[in-house]
Design a binder for this molecule. Sequence first.
Ligand code: G1P
Length: 296
Amino acid sequence: MSETSRRATKAVIPAAGNATRFLPVTKAVPKELLPIVDKPVLQYILEEASAAGADDIVLVTARGKDSIVDYFDVRPDLEEALAAKGKTDAIEAIKAPERIAEINAIRQGRALGLGHAVGRAAAHVGDEPFAVLLGDEFCHLDDKLLPRMIDLQAETGGIVLALMEVPPEDVSRWGVASVNPTDTADVVEVTGLVEKPAVEDAPSNLILIGRYVLPGAIFPVLDATEPGRGGEIQLTDAMDTMRANGTPVHGVVFRGRRYDTGQPTEYLQTLVKLASERDDLPGFNAWLREFSATLE
Ligand code: G1P
């Protein structure tokens, strides 16, 4: 088997940001733990990584965000208290986060950018391919985006990104790719990457949606990457350097179900949507229909 046929089994999840869009709550509650009813956003993201076979996880956190690590730790005291009351369902619920994956936490001491945060995982990941899942969004497990990306990366040995089409006027919030088609309908060859371009400079309306599968060879490139957009060390810039130096870069254009939680409005939409799909919240959908009618 060649070097390039290794499948990524590690995932790096940067969770060190300040989440200023959600202040004041994020003074004390990391945005990664904001609940979708009773389950934090980060749990969905870990489930996505684990379901794709990347269940050796590095969480990159920061000062004041230790509750993230606590959430995935065992709670024998609580288990005992629940057992004494015969609450077996609740015991299962608190054990679920512990069982998803093997979790390692490291700190990003200084907020120097996404590229810097990913670079903190170098010692744990080594020279293996790995997935990066940003904490603002998650995809429906049935739509299998990450497994497809990991398969493609194992074939190419290069970089695989997830891309999504957005209205051209919205591109400036994201990294943007210029692309060529391939023989596979939803796979494109990436010919350039730019972080948060002005609308008039954007090479396309295909944005990077926060799922990446990268070769371990990116770590020295990250180390050598100078601050870019916003004065931060950008993952986008390091990937574009590798591309310019001959690393194959492909994008999987995702058209499945994606749940965004990066902004208050999108977070709320995700919360309501997923709540409406549950069958253990009696009366919620009836109330939602009635309430919606009052808005018309
Ligand atoms: C980061 C990346 C950007 C990507 C986005 C996806 O930006 O730098 O390229 O499009 O995540 O969520 P951030 O949202 O951290 O500013």
